[in-house]
Design a protein around this ligand. Structure first.
Ligand code: GTR
Length: 327
């Protein structure tokens, strides 16, 4: 009898502990598009570990990799409305939602990756972060995504004329469609996960991305010419739903921000290693890597893209000028 009562009491105590635990601990779900071993995947796993550690288990984060919770534009929307709490996003598909964040999608706006990080660490970065937060996405840290270049199935690209009539996959953002049109190609906005098949079956002739994504997706197997246009240098964020973030205590906010920033240090280290490793891998697989001797014609062709952006957002001209003036 006693034993039964004791067991029942122990069960009740466990239930109470579990219940009180559930009441104070928040369990979040996190989105990431990349495969196992990719720098962002490793860094987001580290982030989840640090969040649990730094909040003493008050917040735990379950990461869903490989885009299993949906494609990127959908996941961005989910984090905005609170269907998901957090994600690692490229600023490309955030641009159509937050015009300030769209400056980073102006082709050739950054001189190189270091310039991009200097901009993000300064006043312009602050404005971009505020613009995103106002749309429900609070960036906690910036990840590296290198420079994007064109790749295609049948020839090296040296001048805009080489893109004439070419169907090129872009991320969902009118700036990218405008960019391809101004170069004489046919833009084809499409989800990341569909690009391999589209290249393979000839739905598109080419796409554009950084070394690690070109390699990790296997796109190099079906589009064997990579031409170093480096036309876009787009940062990525660890972005949290604004209401969720604003509902945290100051300690939790600090813990979360610290965790994201520590994960970004790791991501950037892993990124530079992976860029080199990916390049080596695709080269060994027989990809033709093409240096573009003169990128000026590509840059000059972007004037209408800048004009379209600035006429739709005249108040953002100072932000563009601030970035261009940043050393
Ligand atoms: C990658 C980026 C992804 C996604 C992808 C794409 O470089 O890390 O978030 O934006 O490009 O082209 O869709």
């Amino acid at each position: 009898m006693n034993k039964i009562i004791n067991t029942a009491l122990a069960g009740a105590a466990t239930a109470i502990t579990l219940l009180s635990g559930a009441a104070s601990a928040a369990e979040w779900r996190g989105w990431n598009i990349h495969v196992e071993g990719y720098p962002n995947t490793v860094a987001m796993d580290k982030f989840a570990e640090l969040v649990a550690e730094k909040t003493g288990g008050e917040i735990t984060l379950q990461m869903f990799h490989g885009g299993t919770l949906g494609d990127q534009p959908d996941a961005i929307e989910q984090v905005r409305i609170g269907g998901l709490e957090i994600g690692n996003f490229n600023l490309g598909p955030i641009g159509p939602i937050a015009p300030e964040a769209n400056v980073v999608s102006l082709p050739f706006i950054f001189k190189d990756v270091d310039h991009m990080f200097r901009v993000l660490d300064g006043e312009a970065g602050q404005k971009i972060a505020e613009g995103m937060s106002a749309k429900g996405l609070v960036p906690l840290a910036w990840y590296d995504a290198g420079a994007r270049s064109f790749y295609n199935t049948d020839k090296p690209i040296n001048t805009p004329a080489d893109l004439q009539g070419m169907k090129v996959r872009v991320m969902n953002n009118d700036l990218y469609s405008g960019m391809i049109s101004e170069l004489g190609g046919n833009p084809s906005p499409m989800a990341f996960g569909e690009v391999y098949q589209a290249l393979k079956t000839g739905v598109v002739d080419g796409a554009e991305n950084n070394w690690p994504s070109y390699e990790s997706t296997g796109h190099f197997e079906v589009a064997g010419y990579y031409s170093l246009s480096q036309h876009l240098i787009i940062p990525e964020c660890v972005c949290v739903n604004a209401d969720v973030f604003n509902g945290l205590t100051d300690e939790q906010k600090a813990a979360l921000t610290e965790a994201a920033q520590e994960s970004a240090v790791l991501q950037r280290e892993l990124w530079s290693e992976r860029e080199a490793a990916s390049r080596e891998k695709v080269e060994a697989a027989g990809v033709t890597i093409n240096e573009i001797a003169d990128k000026a014609p590509f840059q000059e062709a972007m004037a209408p893209v800048y004009e379209a952006y600035l006429s739709a957002n005249p108040d953002l001209r100072p932000l563009v000028e601030l970035i261009q003036a940043t050393e």
